[in-house]
Design a protein around this ligand. Sequence first.
Ligand SMILES: [Zn+2]
Length: 81
Amino acid sequence: MPVTLTKMVDGKPAVNDTLENEQILQCSLCDEVYRLGYSDGEWNRVKDWLNIAERSIREDHKRKHRAESLDMEWKPMRRKR
Ligand SMILES: [Zn+2]
């Protein structure tokens, strides 16, 4: 898995992974914080992953952020054909 989205608990990811790059994201509706981890090969798609991650977090907010890590589906927002 080249990209992971993991809940932060007490300043640490709830699940450890080996991805070397990270972005910290906060739920837009509450104080919950998530770590987006990604491999070097994904750096050029990070903007798209951030959009996808934000949507996943907002979805998870409805489920009260119980999951330790969230699934993300690769769905770029603005893709020109
Ligand atoms: Zn939330």
